[in-house]
Write a protein that binds this ligand. Sequence first.
Ligand code: GDP
Ligand code: ZN
Length: 457
Amino acid sequence: MRSHDPIIAIATAPGRGGIGVVRISGGSLDALLAKLFSVPLKPRHAHYLPFNDKDGDAIDMGIALYFKSPHSYTGEDVLELQGHGGPAVLRRILEHCLETGREFGLRHAEPGEFTHRAFLNDRMDLAQAEAVADLIDSSSEAAARSAMASLSGTFSRQVNALSDRIVHLRMLIEATLDFPEEEIDFLEKYQARAALDTLRNELAGMVAQARQGMILRDGLHVVLAGQPNVGKSSLLNALAGDDIAIVTPIAGTTRDKVVQQIHIQGVPLHIVDTAGLRETDDTVESIGIARSWAEIEKANVILHLQDARSRQDELDAAITQRLPARTPVLRVLNKIDLLSASELENLLVNQTDANQIGISAKTGAGLPELRQRLLDIAGWNPGTESPWLARERHLSALSTAGHHLDLAAEHASHDDRVLDLLAEELRLAHEALCSITGQFTSDDLLGEIFSSFCIGK
Ligand code: GDP
Ligand code: ZN
């Protein structure tokens, strides 16, 4: 990525709005500004101006804001043009700037390129840059709060503090390595074992928090599986609170998967209603069934719905058999409103079975318990709302660091203490932590991270 040529993009969401913003960033925008405007722009001042085309006709009236490097989002010179938020107006402003700026190399920005530049210019570290995208993508208030905490550096500071202490311990060890006669005393002298144990505990705490942060960011994939007519679509509607799947009493009407996102205590749940899982000659229906199995493979939790009145039959046994062994399955006995009093009592006695729950999609009975079970299975712990949002990448880096600290502790506990091996494990732990904030990160990974951003950010 050539990081100094000026880039431009519409920064506001596509569609109509009160205001729309076109944003330009570049190493120096002085010459471009002189060509675009007849008056000089004062940095950090709002200038109310006509945005003229090349013939001097006004495209729009709006506000121009100029941020001089390094006091800007990207750390470069940044120009923001706030016009009226219509797609045609914004496109004309963009096209006019592109034409005027062509001689300076002005081009369309790639997805995430503004934030990528902010990272390269040390305006934020990698975990913060990721939090920008996560904040924009947040689907619940809880997720947005956590993303903002990451963006403001809470997560990075915690990672850096831990990483500094690991470096400190390693420096002590390496200093000792130069004086072999002191090696024996080293561990006692600096209480290195206790220090290591504290570090390991704190890291384990961060791994647990990262898991929570990941649930909040990525949500849970829940699949509704079961025979036709057991009430899968009805349950989805009841959980979603509005009608998105067609509920009919004709078997096999849910032909394709339907995904609905809902939230439980701020945790996003992606619920997939599957086509009835049965043998069929109907091609359309069988395609739906093939997709259902594909969804089931990806699920974090499977709800295997059954009619509370009928006992588990051969088809249910066959479904159970095909479900992936690694995925937790909750047996949901639906339509308990149709049970007789004694049947219901019988079922409730078994309600303590952690793998089974009785509900009625029709009356809503048992749904609060079902929601809670889903969160429990996901490992969601509402008492410890994650102070930051985490990605798979962060969790894996924290786990790698933890693994190396464990190995370091093992070296420290042996009689034939090998201080240089201990130091090496600490170095690897440190390196893993640094990858979170992006101190040692390959261009490939950066490309992958920023390309998933929206354009204009
Ligand atoms: P699916 O094929 O598994 O998606 O089942 P549907 O959600 O389409 O439901 C099949 C039929 O069962 C419909 O007539 C629903 O109204 C009915 N049904 C679903 N849940 C319940 C329930 O909890 N109680 C009763 N009485 N009927 C239900
Ligand atoms: Zn259905």
